[in-house]
Structure formats: structure tokens, C-alpha cells
Design a binder for this molecule. Structure first.
Ligand SMILES: NC(=O)c1ccc[n+]([C@@H]2O[C@H](COP(=O)([O-])OP(=O)(O)OC[C@H]3O[C@@H](n4cnc5c(N)ncnc54)[C@H](O)[C@@H]3O)[C@@H](O)[C@H]2O)c1
Ligand SMILES: O=C(O)CC[C@@H](O)C(=O)O
Length: 531
């Protein structure tokens, strides 16, 4: 007998605290821990997994993502996600999460330790003392009390570094374009511009992500603007500092010391800075404490398992958050949203570049982003097999679609309603649906005609003149072709006017039968639909 398992499968591909594997198992996932593989080995294996948990050693490239045919979520046990190609993952519909706070204190402490180590040249003094030199005269340090610490980046880690530095009686100035004056006051720091920081700081610590704006933020030109005798610490990301310029300025004594935990190229087994005077380094140890590693491992496992098992989304970088509490409530709405998007996508014609998604009544209070993602996924499904609610907003943007979200708290005829409208050359085309009994999605309006239908499986949509005998004719045609009708749903604009028929049928309707149905007396349009 084959043992069929429906449990989500997760791969932990980097060294991680064992609590992560335990949490995955407790939350109902099958987990494999396979670390140290080559990219080729990972590519060969990744197709088996629904979730991937990583630290910084695994690089998730487009080639890995192309091979990851079942992958739904990547979780980074840590903060920086520069080892994951997020735009490509988004395009593939894979959610990318990180654990933004679990190692912040630890990393801030490492930065402070680096400041201290530079001020008193502890690593160099240690090596020479243990070599039997007793080099007491060679190591004159500086006090940090009263010195100015310049923070570049004042987010989670930067603000913790500030609080520790203030406790050590330093003056703290910060450059961060997103730091408000109020927040600066709250942190007890002075907000400055970059040039002001370079000019005044005795110590500079970096705490920004590596982005197009921050890459090389300490360029040669900026390093030359620093106060003579400055000491620089980078526990954020390699690539923020021009390493060659740093070497030159250390050698010329303009910079009195530099401590790097991160390098432009990692692992940094060779680097021109090695051996430079007053240079110290650690091998990307910022997050390496027992406490931080337990924190991030537990957090990443909880988040990934929650997504794979319950649909909850926390700390995702490419989709809106969705709590485990919200997820079950939103589930029927998402099904409705996807079906409405799909219906309008299958029926509307022409250059469809404007879509609006309206939440009315009880639906107005819901988290709108996942609903919008689901509508867009349904809408674009006819263009792409791989579209889902994660990548749909990106694909829509790529196609230049204008997406509007509208909230209307006032209840209409239904206490909760989703309405999807696309702008076509013939005018706006809207479909709307509600939930019956708070969980059964139902279409209630199609292009202005009231109807009640469950959008499911194979369906036939017919617009016809409302005249006696038509239902018999279509029933006979389908019966003669061996097509069983599961459900008949009727709606009409006014008696004797335009009527709509939505039939659910047990099998796909072939195109020649669609043509035959189109030729029946009184028929204006026929379209086979699939949900
Ligand atoms: N060495 C390690 O092991 C280690 C551990 C954890 C985090 N990190 C790295 O530390 C960095 C900071 O982490 P965090 O949790 O504080 O992130 P965060 O997002 O909380 O803070 C980053 C700050 O940088 C600021 N910023 C962005 N662009 C800027 C710019 N052009 N100039 C100045 N400031 C800018 C942002 O406004 C934000 O306040 C990240 O790169 C993270 O990957 C390294
Ligand atoms: O996993 C690590 O050891 C490093 C983590 C760190 O770089 C991060 O960005 O969180």
C-alpha cells in the first residue's frame, strides 16, 4: 500500500537551531534538515518541498526557484534577504518571509562590542600578549565616554545601538532619511544629514539594508570627508563601504580603526583588508548568539508552518500580512474574490487595463490586500497558469493595469458584497457576489442582471432573448450531446428582455457545441467557463 501524505514538506537548508525542526513537526509539517549542499544539489532536491527555511548560506536564485515547482514559501531565519531573489520569487508566486526582530539585540550588541574592541584594540593586544610580547607601550586606546557616535540607519538595530551607546555616555547622531524628528527625540539622538555625520562622528556604525541607495554609502569620497581619527563599524551588510578606499585610509591613518562583520564578498576567505593596520573583523557573527538563533529559528518555523497549514501570513516581504485568526474568516471571501475575478476575466473583452474591487457592508472591514490579490489572480488566470494571489499584483503592475480598491461600509441589499468591475471599450462590466451563511460564496449579479449561482467547475454562460421555449431547446441540445446539467441558474433584466443562463455541467463543453448553442434561436452569446 502506498503511504500518501498530505502534510506540507519543508526543507531546512542552513544550519539552524534544532527547535525549528521540532516546531515544524509539532505544527504538522514533514521536515528535512539538509545543510551544506551545492547549488546543483539544492536545485535537484527543491522540487519536493512546499517550504524552504534558510539563513544566509543558501542563495535562492532564479534557477533554484525555477526548479521549485511546489514551493509556496521561503523563510529567512534572520533579517537580511539579499540572498533571495525576491522579485523572481514574487513572479513565481512564492511568499518570502523574514524574522525582523529576533536577532536585533544580539547584532546591536556585536556592533557595540566592535566599538569597544576598536577603542581599546583588544584583538591586536590579545594576539601579541599571547605571543609572549607583553606589548604594553603599543596600545594606547581612547575613551568612548563623551565621544560622538554616528549611526547610518536608525531602524531596529540602529535604535538599540543608540540606546546602548547613550548608556555608555556617548552622544548619538543619526542619518536616516526615514527618521522623523519625533522619533529622533524619542530615541535621544540628533537627526543629521550624511555630510554632518561624516564631519562630526568619532565612531560610525552602519545599520541599513543594502539597497541601490545605500550601496557604497561610505564611498571613497565620503570616507575622505570623515573626521580624522574616526573609527568605523559595519555589522549590517557588505557593499555599504568601499573596501579598497577603507584600506587606503586606514594605511594613511586618516581612519584610526575599522571593524567589519560583513564583506562585499562572503564568505570572505581572502580580502585585501586582511592584515591592514587597525583593522579587525568577524565572520558575519552579528546574529550568532544562542538567544538570537533560538529566537529566529522558532519564529521562522512558526511563520512558515502557519502559512503552510493555516494560510496565516506574518512578516512577508512580498505580500500583505494575514493573521492566523483572519485567515479562516477570509478564506470564503478569497474563493469568492478569485471566482469573480475569473468570471470577469473570462467574459470581458478588449484591452482590460482598469479593474476596481469594491468591498461593501461587512466585507468593507476585511483586510483588502489578500482579496485584491485573489481577484487579480482569478482575473489573470486565463493568461498564466502560474499566477496566484502572491504574484498577481506584481503581474498586474507589470502589465500596466490600474487597480482600484473601494470600501463602502454601508450595507446594500446584501449584508456583505464583493463587486469587481472592469473598464472595457463597451463601458464598465461588473460582477458581484456575497457569502451565504458566512461561508458559501455565491454570484449575485452579472453585468447588471441579478442571478444566484455557485461558480464551480465547468459552466456555460448564455445571454438570450427572454422568450418561451428557450430552456427546452438548450436542455435538449446538451442532452443530445451527452452533457449532464448539474444546476440551472436564471436571471433577466426585465420580462421579455435580455436573460442570462448559467448552467453548471459535469464536463467541459467542446467548442463545436458552443457554436451550435450560439446558433439556437434567440441566443445572443454563449461562452464555456471553467472555475
Ligand atoms: N551582521 C549580522 O549578522 C546582521 C544581523 C542582523 C541584521 N543585519 C543587517 O542589519 C541591517 C539593519 O537591520 P535592521 O533590523 O535595523 O533593519 P531596519 O529595516 O529596522 O532598519 C534599517 C534602517 O535603515 C534605514 N535606511 C534605509 N535606507 C537608508 C539610507 N539610504 N540611508 C540611511 N538610512 C537608510 C531605514 O530607514 C531603516 O530605519 C540589515 O541590513 C540587516 O540585514 C546584520
Ligand atoms: O543568519 C545569520 O547568521 C546572519 C543573519 C543576519 O545577516 C541577518 O540579516 O539577519
Amino acid at each position: 500500500m502506498t503511504n500518501v501524505t498530505t502534510k506540507p514538506r519543508v526543507l531546512i537548508s542552513d544550519k539552524m537551531d534544532p527547535n525549528a525542526a521540532r516546531i515544524f513537526e509539532e505544527r504538522g509539517c514533514d521536515v528535512d534538515v539538509i545543510t551544506g549542499e551545492t547549488p546543483e544539489e539544492l536545485i535537484a532536491r527543491i522540487g519536493e518541498y512546499d517550504g524552504l527555511a534558510i539563513r544566509s548560506s543558501t542563495t535562492v536564485t532564479p534557477a533554484v526557484l525555477d526548479a521549485a515547482t511546489n514551493l509556496k514559501v521561503i523563510g529567512r531565519a534572520g533579517i537580511g534577504v539579499d540572498n533571495v531573489d525576491i522579485p523572481y520569487a514574487s513572479g513565481k508566486g512564492v511568499v518570502v518571509m523574514n524574522t525582523p526582530f529576533g536577532n536585533s539585540i544580539t547584532t546591536a550588541e556585536h556592533a557595540i562590542a566592535m566599538v569597544m574592541a576598536l577603542a581599546r584594540q583588544i584583538p591586536m593586544a590579545d594576539v601579541r600578549t599571547q605571543a609572549g610580547e607583553w606589548p604594553k607601550k603599543d596600545f594606547m586606546g581612547v575613551e568612548i565616554t563623551g565621544k560622538t557616535l554616528g549611526l547610518i540607519g536608525a531602524g531596529n538595530i540602529g535604535s538599540i545601538v543608540a540606546s546602548r551607546a547613550l548608556g555608555l555616555k556617548m552622544k548619538v547622531i543619526a542619518f536616516d532619511p526615514f527618521l522623523t524628528e519625533d522619533r529622533a527625540v524619542e530615541m535621544g539622538v540628533e537627526k543629521v544629514d550624511l555630510d554632518g555625520l561624516l564631519e562630526r562622528a568619532d565612531f560610525i556604525t552602519l545599520h541599513t539594508p543594502l539597497t541601490d541607495q545605500t550601496r557604497n554609502i561610505l564611498s571613497r569620497e565620503n570616507l575622505e570627508k570623515t573626521k580624522p581619527g574616526v573609527r568605523i563599524v559595519n555589522c549590517a551588510r557588505g557593499g555599504l563601504i568601499d573596501e579598497a578606499a577603507l584600506k587606503d585610509l586606514l594605511e594613511s591613518d586618516h581612519i584610526a580603526g575599522a571593524a567589519l562583520d560583513v564583506f562585499a564578498q562572503e564568505p570572505a576567505k581572502e580580502n585585501p583588508l586582511f592584515g591592514t593596520k587597525n583593522f579587525i573583523c568577524t565572520p558575519h557573527l552579528g546574529a550568532s548568539t544562542t538567544e538570537a538563533q533560538v529566537n529566529v529559528a522558532l519564529q521562522v518555523a512558526e511563520q512558515l508552518a502557519d502559512y503552510l497549514v493555516n494560510g496565516g501570513v506574518t512578516n512577508a516581504l512580498n505580500m500583505p500580512s494575514l493573521s492566523a485568526e483572519e485567515a479562516p474568516k477570509l478564506k470564503p471571501y478569497m474563493a469568492l474574490a478569485e471566482n469573480l475575478g475569473s468570471l470577469v476575466g473570462q467574459l470581458a473583452h478588449g484591452n482590460l487595463t482598469k479593474i476596481s474591487i469594491e468591498r461593501e457592508g461587512a466585507a468593507a472591514d476585511l483586510n483588502g490586500k489578500p482579496i485584491t490579490g485573489a481577484v487579480l489572480a482569478g482575473f489573470m488566470r486565463q493568461y498564466s497558469d502560474t499566477v496566484n494571489m502572491v504574484n498577481a499584483p506584481y503581474l498586474a503592475k507589470e502589465r500596466g493595469m490600474e487597480v482600484r480598491e473601494i470600501r463602502n461600509e454601508k450595507e446594500g441589499y446584501y449584508n456583505t458584497l464583493l463587486r469587481v468591475t472592469v473598464e472595457t471599450e463597451q463601458g464598465n462590466r461588473s460582477v458581484a457576489g456575497t457569502l451565504f451563511g458566512s461561508e458559501a460564496p455565491r454570484l449575485v449579479n452579472i453585468f447588471g442582471i441579478g442571478i444566484e449561482a455557485d461558480l464551480t467547475g465547468h459552466m456555460l454562460y448564455i445571454v438570450n432573448e427572454d422568450a418561451p421555449g428557450f430552456i427546452g431547446r438548450i436542455g435538449s441540445l446538451l442532452g443530445a450531446n451527452g452533457i449532464n446539467i448539474g444546476n440551472f441558474n436564471l436571471g433577466r433584466r426585465e420580462g421579455g428582455g435580455e436573460a442570462v443562463l448559467l448552467l453548471s455541467v459535469d464536463q467541459a463543453i467542446p467548442e463545436d457545441l458552443v457554436q451550435e448553442a450560439s446558433a439556437l434561436e434567440g441566443v445572443k452569446m454563449v461562452k464555456a467557463l471553467t472555475f
